[in-house]
Design a protein around this ligand. Structure first.
Ligand code: ATP
Ligand code: NMN
Length: 172
C-alpha cells in the first residue's frame, strides 16, 4: 500500500492541479493520495484569497468522481524550512511519495529522504493560480480554467466580490 502526497496552495484549485491528480491516478503503485493544502493559515489576500476550509470544499468536490481515495489536509506555514517536512508528516496520513514541481518543496522532501515525482506543466500559459486570480479581479473569463465544482464553491462563498475588494487600495 503506497500513499502519495501532493502539496500546493491551491488558490484556487485549477485544471492544472486536476490534470496533475489525474496523472497521479495513472501511477499504478499509488493507492491513495493526500492533498496537502499549503499556507493553510493564509486567506483574504490577493495572493491567498480562500480559506483552508474553502479550498477543502474545492478539492473534495472536484475529485468526487475520481477512482482514488483522497484526503485534503490543511498545513500551516512555518518559519523554519528545515523542519517543514516533519511538520507536514505530523499533519498528514503517512505517505511514501511526494508530488510537486516546486523547487523548494522538492529540495526539502529529498533532503528528508522522500521520493519526489514531478509532472510536466499542463497548459501553463493559462493554468496558473496567478492568472486565475488576475482574471477574477479584472472580471474576466476565469471559469474555463477551473473545474465546474470550483466555480460553484466560488459562487457560494462570494469569492469574486472578496478577491476584488481585498485587492483594492484604500487610496491613501
Ligand atoms: N498547469 C500546471 N500543470 C502542472 N502542475 C501545476 C500546474 N500549475 C501548478 N502546478 C503545480 O501544482 C503545485 C501547486 O501549485 P500552486 O498551488 O502554487 O499553483 P500555481 O498555479 O503555481 O499557483 P500560483 O500562481 O498561485 O503560485 C506546484 O507543484 C505547481 O508547480
Ligand atoms: N517553511 C514552510 O512553511 C514551507 C516550506 C516549503 C513549502 N511551504 C508551503 O508549501 C506550499 C507549496 O505549494 P506551492 O507549490 O503551491 O507553492 C506553499 O503553501 C508553501 O508556503 C512551506
Amino acid at each position: 500500500m503506497n500513499r502519495g502526497c501532493y502539496i500546493g496552495r491551491f488558490q484556487p484549485f485549477h485544471n492544472g492541479h486536476l490534470n496533475m491528480v489525474e496523472r497521479i491516478v495513472e501511477d499504478d503503485d499509488i493507492d491513495e493520495l493526500v492533498l496537502g493544502i499549503g499556507s493553510a493559515d493564509a486567506s483574504h489576500t490577493k495572493h491567498d484569497p480562500f480559506t483552508a476550509g474553502e479550498r477543502i470544499m474545492m478539492i473534495t468536490k472536484s475529485l468526487v468522481d475520481l477512482d482514488l481515495v483522497t484526503y485534503a489536509v490543511p498545513i500551516e506555514d512555518l518559519e523554519r524550512n528545515s523542519v517543514w517536512v516533519s511538520h507536514v508528516r505530523s499533519m498528514s496520513p503517512e505517505f511514501e511519495i511526494a508530488y510537486s514541481n516546486n523547487p523548494l518543496v522538492i529540495q526539502l522532501f529529498e533532503e528528508a529522504g522522500v521520493e519526489v515525482r514531478q509532472s510536466p506543466m499542463f497548459n501553463r500559459e493559462v493554468l496558473e493560480g496567478t492568472e486565475v486570480r488576475e482574471r477574477m479581479i479584472k472580471g474576466e473569463n476565469w471559469q474555463p480554467l477551473v473545474p465546474d465544482a470550483v466555480v460553484e464553491v466560488v459562487e457560494e462563498i462570494g469569492g469574486i466580490e472578496r478577491i476584488q475588494r481585498v485587492s483594492e487600495t484604500d487610496g491613501i
